[in-house]
Design a protein around this ligand. Structure first.
Ligand code: C2E
Ligand code: MG
Ligand code: MG
Ligand code: MG
Length: 286
């Protein structure tokens, strides 16, 4: 099938393959080239700390300026990258670029803004990711607390014991850890017991209806108080309206992220927005 590591990475296809299979192989082939030619672009979305109304950091979200297909969001290629080991190279690329950004922001005085980087569950079968993060921290001379790694429940699927050790080794570097898409998987509560998580990111499907559904509001309230009990911070993802924001504020949610504040944007735009909106006034963002 495919050779998915090393320089001569390629995927073979034949004329009788189905369209979707061809499409997948095309994307996978193109992705190899995209990584070499730096067609992948980092986008940034702010995360706001509600107690101070200040931007505490941002999430890094990958985009692809594909030479033929145009501008692609992760849904169009991350699943194919996940199928192959290309996701590993992709995440390493994003991680390295994120360190470059942090370094760059230090010299520009944007230095208190942390970066959250998403990592595929595929990294958590061995300790290579720990080594890479450690090396980058040293090379770029970045305070570890300025980096946050977002993991999902998929990390523990393959080998839970190894994954737990890898996650713990990352935490030992003093990098922050957050559990992404919380509530959408099967065993979220178990993760809170076994992983050294600083922060939970509540999936946007839970936020969508909090202004119209009392049941959803109660659920969020419960999760927030669970977080407080465990001393785990909570980020609400996908905040799109003022009424959602005000409900989350009333419920003592720690952080919010969503289109209401800013959609993910390229670096220059993000830094400009940051300068304009500091200290952040939620009333002026809509
Ligand atoms: P995620 O980590 O849960 O990221 C949040 C997603 O919600 C992003 O989608 C973001 O653009 C979107 N979003 C933000 N605010 C709102 C809002 O107010 N409303 C709605 N409806 N959506 C909002 P995006 O950028 O398309 O990324 C999708 C997923 O792709 C991410 O979900 C993450 O799992 C994955 N991903 C993105 N970049 C990377 C990466 O560098 N590496 C890996 N392994 N995965 C990545
Ligand atoms: Mg994320
Ligand atoms: Mg995610
Ligand atoms: Mg998420």
């Amino acid at each position: 099938r495919a050779k998915d590591s090393g320089k001569n990475c390629f995927f073979v296809y034949t004329p009788d393959m189905q369209e979707d299979v061809k499409h997948r192989l095309m994307i996978q082939n193109d992705l190899v080239k995209a990584l070499e030619e730096e067609q992948l672009v980092l986008y940034y979305q702010p995360k706001i700390y509600l107690k101070s109304n200040k931007v505490s950091g941002c999430e890094v979200l990958i985009r692809w300026q594909h030479p033929k297909e145009g501008f692609l969001t992760p849904a169009a290629f991350i699943p194919y990258a996940e199928e192959s080991k290309l996701i590993i190279q992709l995440d390493y690329y994003v991680l390295r670029k994120s360190f470059e950004t942090l370094k760059n922001w230090q010299s520009k005085g944007v230095s208190n803004t942390s970066l959250s980087v998403n990592l595929s569950g595929r990294h958590f079968t061995n300790f290579n990711i720990v080594k890479v993060i450690k090396e980058h921290l040293a090379t770029y001379k970045i305070e570890p607390e300025l980096l946050e790694i977002e993991i999902t429940e998929a990390v523990l699927i393959e080998d839970p014991e190894v994954a737990q050790e890898v996650v713990s080794a990352i935490k030992k570097l003093r990098v922050r850890l957050s559990l992404d898409d919380f509530g959408t998987g099967y065993s979220s509560l178990n993760y809170l017991r076994t992983l050294p998580i600083d922060c939970i990111k509540l999936d946007h499907s839970f936020i969508q209806r909090i202004d119209i559904s009392q049941q959803d509001r109660r659920l969020i309230k419960g999760i927030i108080s669970l977080g407080k009990q465990l001393q785990i911070e909570l980020v609400a993802e996908g905040v799109e309206t003022e009424s959602q924001l005000e409900i989350l504020r009333a419920l003592n949610c720690d952080y919010v992220q969503g289109y209401y504040f800013l959609k993910p944007v390229p670096e220059t735009e993000f830094v400009e927005w940051l300068k304009r909106s500091e200290p952040f006034d939620p009333a002026q963002s809509a």
